[in-house]
Design a binder for this molecule. Structure first.
Ligand SMILES: Cc1cc2nc3c(=O)[nH]c(=O)nc-3n(C[C@H](O)[C@H](O)[C@H](O)COP(=O)(O)OP(=O)(O)OC[C@H]3O[C@@H](n4cnc5c(N)ncnc54)[C@H](O)[C@@H]3O)c2cc1C
Length: 453
């Protein structure tokens, strides 16, 4: 099936779903879907059925905000359809509830599953396992439109997609068939586990181990992973663990199921942003997994993990672009109606220049991300460096844009009555995770020096 047909098919599915929802009086469907892990403070039950206006966390003007597009000329007809589909979903399913999910630390698994019905659970996976088989450039368009409405929930969706894509690319056909159909439908959720308490930026120094069990081909995993998005709730954990020598060549990648004996989770972290998704440590105590859970070969785990992060960094940067575009639109709306000194604040040229600069930063970020996505799609030797460059630039710039948007709201921007404060909090972490922006510079500098020799 061609991409356009897929878009049409999913648009059809959306319409069917929307019709059914309205018959049900928009009674937000799905019963409790995933049990919270023991001691978890993050709610993952059915999403609340409150009306949008009650919980928008913004004023009426913000509720009507819809992304204006500044790049239609460069998008394909398919991408315009994907964006339209994602924007509709974001407007109806994310934007009205994002503030409440943030406030209540509610992980909207039911809504993620609705997103998966539109093909957003396995964007980069093959049709044979229920994926949408789209390019990185297509994915960037979709994630930007979703993040416009809810950065935090979309960011988890990108991590889930990164995990699914890792299995798609590096798994055996048996592993693909065993895991991906339920991951692309998001019946199962996935987490990516690289960071450890003593190994963050220096990921190759990780200490978790996977040793062969004596007299068997099984592996026994021990160690602790820190800051794991989806931790305690996800069903499948992609664990990087040491099977050999110190350094990157001694690391292998395994999948571990949530109900495995010896797997447990730390407390749910109480975070500044990204509050609609859980984060916890993942603890491995003599977790036995069969050899078939090894993804790739022994010793390939670090390369697999880094390769997955190339796409992950583009995704996170895209979420920054979507969130920052919301902030520009919201700020423009606010200063157009707010009057001081007898006129609308937008009538001060300083305000107009500020908005112009903010939009320029968002657009420049969008182009950087788009360029990196295309580099990855075309397997350019510059793909990793382009992803690092785009992640560094877009997440820094877009955070500043969100902060400027808050400033333009004056004191009201500091209140939860307006959504911009949530965007500032959600975008802040993008300069830290999936490799800090200092490490992005390390990656770029290495590529620059290598290409000189
Ligand atoms: C909300 C959240 C979700 C996360 N989700 C996941 C996840 O799902 N899976 C996962 O594996 N990890 C996850 N992480 C972990 C994240 O990737 C790490 O926090 C990040 O890589 C930084 O590691 P660290 O926190 O140990 O900081 P450190 O490595 O200790 O760094 C501290 C500071 O030192 C700087 N620094 C370190 N080395 C250098 C250097 N060589 N040159 C210059 N500066 C340097 C860093 O840039 C940083 O500013 C998440 C983190 C957060 C906050």
């Amino acid at each position: 099936m061609g991409r356009l047909q897929i878009a049409r098919a999913v648009l059809g599915a959306e319409r069917t779903w929307a019709a059914r929802s309205s018959q049900l009086g928009l009674n937000r469907c799905c019963s409790a879907v995933t049990k919270a892990s023991e001691g978890s403070s993050t709610s993952v039950q059915e999403s609340p059925s409150a009306s949008a206006s009650e919980h928008a966390g913004g004023n009426a003007a913000e509720m009507n905000v819809r992304s204006r597009t500044w790049d239609e000329h460069r998008l394909t007809a398919d991408q315009l359809q994907f964006r339209s589909l994602a924007s509709d979903f974001a407007e109806n399913e994310l934007l009205p509830f994002a503030a409440q999910w943030d406030e209540q630390k509610h992980f909207p698994v039911d809504v993620l599953r609705k997103a998966a019905k539109l093909g957003f659970g396995g964007i980069f996976c093959g049709h044979d396992v229920g994926g949408s088989q789209l390019s990185r450039a297509d994915g960037a368009v979709i994630f930007e439109a979703l993040a416009y409405a809810d950065v935090s929930t979309t960011a988890y969706l990108t991590i889930h997609n990164m995990c699914a894509s890792l299995i798609e690319r590096f798994g055996t056909d048996e592993q693909r068939q065993a895991l991906l159909p339920e991951l692309t439908s998001m019946e199962l959720l996935a987490s990516y586990c690289l960071t450890e308490p003593n190994s963050g930026s220096d990921a190759a120094s990780l200490q978790s181990t996977a040793r062969r069990s004596e007299g068997s081909t099984d592996y026994i995993l021990n160690g602790e992973k820190a800051f794991i998005s989806g931790g305690g709730v996800s069903d499948v954990y992609l664990i990087m663990a040491r099977t050999g020598e110190p350094g990157p060549k001694g690391i292998s990648c395994f999948y571990v199921e949530k109900d495995s004996k010896g797997l447990s989770f730390g407390r749910q972290e109480d975070k500044l942003g990204w509050r609609s998704q859980p984060t916890s440590s993942v603890i491995l105590e003599d977790v036995r997994v069969p050899e078939r859970n090894l993804i790739g070969k022994e010793g390939q785990g670090f390369n697999i993990a880094m390769s997955a992060l190339d796409g992950g960094r583009i995704n996170i940067a895209t979420c920054s672009v979507g969130g920052a575009q919301f902030c520009v639109d919201a700020a423009q709306g606010y200063v157009s109606s707010r009057k001081q000194f007898g006129k609308a604040i937008i009538d001060f040229q300083n305000t107009q220049f500020k908005l112009a600069d903010m939009l320029t930063s968002v657009q420049a970020s969008r182009f950087m991300v788009s360029n990196a996505a295309t580099a990855l799609d075309s397997k350019s030797p510059w793909a990793s460096a382009s992803a690092a460059m785009a992640k560094r630039f877009a997440t820094d710039e877009c955070y500043l844009v969100a902060n400027d948007a808050l400033q333009l709201h004056g004191g009201y921007g500091y209140l939860k009555d307006y959504a911009v404060e949530r965007y500032v909090r959600d975008l802040r972490v993008h300069t830290i995770l999936e490799g800090t922006n200092e490490i992005m510079r390390v990656v770029m500098a290495r590529h620059m020096m290598k290409s000189q020799t």
